[in-house]
Design a protein around this ligand. Structure first.
Ligand code: 13P
Length: 257
């Protein structure tokens, strides 16, 4: 049985004070939620403070990026070992913004996934096609490449630690989410790849989140789909009310799923 995961990717937003205030509000409002795993991914500068804020609560933390070497002369980079040591559980890897603006490739994503697991972090590995790739009928090729190469050399026992986030690039920040049917079609496809690669049990246990314009108005329909195990939320996770709404509505849908 997969425990769904709703994560807020705050991207490059919020000062330390703003982050503390939002995290405190979420903690107060969501303390009774048990059937959804709640994760916040603030910027690096806020992570240390938020460890104290969420300590003892049902909220976990994740970083938005990492480097695969444990330490050394890599100015500006932060390793999985460092992220783990401050108390994070997750790390987002290979977000499409990092692939588009910071030169991330399937190879760097794969190195990061392996290093994260080695250091005890759970990777949230992002995959997904661009609009022109979807229009050219390449969605399944792209997603399959992202999944296969991202998990290259990752063993069955490690693969179950990975959360896959299907984030079609055309749905990110555009207000235009994939329809529940479009998302489910790709999630089902990803699970088939996992089944082929790792077998039935691991494939059934690996969580696949949807991301891209998730909001309170569309979360219920998305969460009702069989293979959608949560959401990676950008813009709507920056507002206290909307993230609370998203988590609470997910929790209700799950009780009926
Ligand atoms: P939006 O929810 O703002 O579309 O962003 C999605 C995303 O990129 C989460 O990682």
């Amino acid at each position: 049985m997969r425990k769904p995961i709703i994560a807020g990717n705050w991207k490059m937003n919020k000062t330390v004070d703003e982050s503390i205030s939002l995290a405190n509000g979420l903690k107060r409002a969501l303390f009774s939620i048990e059937n959804v795993e709640i994760v916040l991914c603030p910027s690096f500068t806020s992570l240390g403070e938020l460890v104290d804020v969420v300590s003892g609560s049902n909220i976990s933390l994740g970083a938005q990026n990492m480097y695969w070497e444990p330490e050394g002369a890599f100015t500006g980079e932060i390793s999985s070992k460092m992220i783990k040591s401050i108390g994070c559980k997750y790390v987002i890897i290979g977000h499409s913004e990092r692939r588009a603006y910071f030169g991330e490739t399937d190879q760097t994503v794969n190195k990061k996934v392996k290093a994260a697991i080695k250091d005890g972090l759970l990777p949230i590995m992002c995959v997904g096609e661009k609009l022109e790739e979807r229009e050219r009928g390449k969605t399944f090729d792209i997603v399959s490449r992202h999944v296969e190469k991202g998990l290259d050399g990752v063993s069955e026992s490690d693969a179950v630690k990975v959360v896959i986030a299907y984030e079609p690039v055309w749905a990110i920040g555009t207000g235009r989410n994939a329809t529940p049917e479009q998302a489910e079609e790709v999630h089902d496809f990803i699970r088939k790849i996992l089944r082929k690669k790792y077998g039935e049990t691991p494939a059934e246990n690996i969580r696949i989140q949807y991301g891209g314009s998730v909001k309170p108005e569309n979360i219920e329909q998305l969460m009702a789909e069989k293979d959608i195990d949560g959401a990676l939320v950008g813009g709507a996770s920056l507002k206290e009310e909307s993230f609370i709404d998203i988590v609470k509505k997910s929790s209700v849908v799950l009780k009926e799923k």
